[in-house]
Design a binder for this molecule. Sequence first.
Ligand code: 5RP
Length: 250
Amino acid sequence: MQKDGMSKLQEDASPMDPRTLKIEAAAAALTYVEDGMRLGIGTGSTAEEFVRLLAKKVEEGISVIGVPTSERTAALCRELSVPLLTLEETPQLDLTIDGADEIDAQLNLIKGGGGALLREKIVAAASSRMIVIADASKFVDVLGAFPLPIEINRFGLAATKLAIERVAAGLGLSGALTLRVTGGDAFVTEPFVTDGGHLILDASFGRIPDTRALSNALHAIPGVVEHGLFLNLAHTAILAGADGIQTLQR
Ligand code: 5RP
């Protein structure tokens, strides 16, 4: 329903509109970008708003090199003429800007809702600094309401799933491990395959009190390629909410 005296356009552009919040967070992150920087560029709808704003800056003459965290981001950057190199060509980055599915007060994150967690983590780890951009609804007390994406090798899926359930139980965690699927029609679904050719299990553990213990335990399972807990990687979080921008530093 349209509010009194408000055009549809104004309503769409209201600060509560999720896309507006993503654009605001992305615009705030853009102020950290300096001429000559080597930038890790994240994946997802918020990161894509950042790419659109960055492309305008490039058009205006700023010189940056981007390293994309997914094929999807790479395609958007190419379409908008944001200069790209691979991480092979530029193994050290100044700054990565990426979205997140959850962010806690220590700036630990859950990422991987868009399926790019492996490349996102490699790129973030290769960067001197990581800025996370999100709407304020992504801020949580304890990580885990968002199902934790776990990227696994295709070989031994059932065995890897069992091993994850076992280590989770050892930490007092339980919940469904759901193989991520994509595409198809109402009757046919395909497993979602990451840019690295792997599968994703989404783990509905609920609150994860000891994220470091879970991270270590998952890394010890041979079939686990990577997981979506990003611990001690983000330095700054820019959260856009109805009351404006909040910047958290670690
Ligand atoms: C992709 C990610 C995304 O950054 C995360 O899912 C947030 O996406 P969005 O900005 O669309 O909410 O981790 O793997």
